[in-house]
Design a protein around this ligand. Sequence first.
Ligand code: 3HC
Length: 689
Amino acid sequence: MSEAVKWERKGAVAVITIDSPPVNALGQAVRAGLKACLEAALADDAVETLVLTGAGKTFSAGADIREFGKPPQGPSLPDVIAAFENASKPVIAAINGTALGGGLELALGCHYRVASPFAQVGLPEVKLGLIPGAGGTVRLPRLTGVQAAVDIIVDGSPLDARKAEAAGIVDRVAEGDVVAAACNLAAEGVGHRRTRDLPLEGDAALFEGVKAAVARKARGLYSPLRCVESIEAASRLPFDEAIANERSLFLDCLNSPQRAGLIHAFFAQREAAKVPGLGPDVKPRPVESVGVIGAGTMGGGIAMCFANAGLPVILIETVAPALDRGLATIRRNYEATAAKGRITPAEVEARMALITGSLDYGDLATVDLVIEAAFESMAVKHEIFGKLDAICKPGAVLATNTSTLSIDEIAAATRRPQDVVGMHFFSPANVMRLLENVRGKETAPDVQATVMDVAKRIGKVGVMVGVCYGFVGNRILHARNREAIALVNEGATPQQVDKVLTGFGFAMGPFATSDLAGLDVGWRIREERRKANDPDVDAPNWLDALAEKGRYGQKTGAGIYLYEKGSRTPIPDAETDALIAAYRAEAGIATRDVPDREILERCMFMMVNEGARILEEGIASRASDIDAVWLNGYGFPAYRGGPMFWGEQQGLGTVVAGIDAFHARLGTPQWQAAGLLRKLADEGKGFSG
Ligand code: 3HC
């Protein structure tokens, strides 16, 4: 019997169990095991009905995505599923937990489906740049109808057991043990009921509307429209032809660079959770209560993250009006979420009840973790961390949400630098998935493990980075934005630069993003650095001029762009053009037409180069960590895999040649190719070898 799939007879029922940790993915051994167990169970005369289930908390997470891009090895998944569907005895899927992608497709090939109340089912292939490739687009609409199938497949999000039952995907939700419930169903005497035999009709007008809507939302992603095309074909073609058509569209997607980028993004995120140097013996410290200092936008958002995860939070402010304002904003945010039906009014109250406002640092004496989200000034941070050192219990983790200041300097304000760490949230903190955890020189391994564990508990993608100005994300952002500004100085318009980068797939261009973040933030930081005679800060430019005029961006209705009241749509503005022109004249810059291609290459090559510097300095452990930061915190198009993966796809030799050409032309030190990048390019390697 196969290791990965086992079967046993229980009376007249053969129970086949997929047992391939961690997620029962349908790799070659599992596919072969399924086929062998099916044949053996069918050959056993004492068996009348088959039940198929999974060991652990997963039924199956679908195809083994580590096999993608490698030569296929039989039996294929569609063949295995067809064997189950065409079996001479009824087969019941006992969906014990998550059934995704090929896992759900396998269940759809069974004759009945019983689900545990905790099961989640879905076809998330679209999120990997694929379409369901083992019958999902052909069988699912036969069970749910066309519109529901389109919604489920194009969205890719899973449904819980009750919703799956209502949609017609599962026949029953088990009250207790799902295998027992499937055996009970078998005892009731079930017949053959092949999904392939169910009728399916689509209407052409519906598909035209759906295709137009999906194309609008796809933002350059190739797979969503292919999903609809496959469902449409399934509604016209005989079953076997529809399956063949689906397979060909699936292979099309499988061979696309978008699939490679999305799978890289999937693994980059999971790899980031494994911090080099933190073995399994390093256990996180327990965190059952949290303190947050600062009830402004960041602090409030951070408090919400913990309340959402069921953890009590003490929210500290210096004066009552600021605290009241912060708590009122949190309540308003929760109520807005409730108004959209995403949480219930009772949940609003439960979450608010977890957040206790306080003006007394003494209330932090017993918390396990404190996150400081106060004003971005070293003097302020020193004062706060000095107080925390005096008040917090031994072993409490003392974190700062700083985005620019040195963790080591902040830690020096305490007598316990080993307990001090950065937890850099992104705004809005309760929404953005990235959490850049920053280890200082002395941060203890178990403190590092704690903040990585906390990231997971509050549903964030935690990435561990080291100390440098801007850490990983903002340092690369800064390098790219400096280039975007240089391009405008030379003759491009902000809207041209933004258009090139949104055309590449970014959610927003750099200038629209600056308006969203607020021009005053960068301006104040630059002013501080200029006052401190920092040699690395640029001379004042047209962005500083805009901020000086009170044009801070969206929040003031004008920044680089203009915004109509209540609208977030950027409108190009003549005053900005005039300030840019004045800056160019004063700096003696002769303008020229800047080609779109140059804009893209200068922005992107600069990101790869800065990323390579970050790697060689050991600030990030792996290129994929840099990708995870940009994918989860900066709207980098997931199907391009992140800046470092994108660089690799171009060929590092091409990137270095481009960087050298820009260096020869522009002569600025930032265009010096990073040593690591040149070395890898010379060796014909990528970042991962
Ligand atoms: N293939 C291979 N490995 C997989 C996998 C898959 N389909 N799904 C998860 N894994 C691995 C992860 O890489 C991770 O490995 P690691 O421990 O070495 O880092 C491990 O399983 C655990 O995964 P998570 O950390 O994500 O665990 P969670 O419990 O948080 O989530 C999950 C479990 C919900 C199943 C999540 O892993 C997931 O969403 N997986 C992807 C599901 C998916 O996209 N399926 C479709 C595949 S494509 C397909 O089926 C094509 C078909 O139509 C032909």
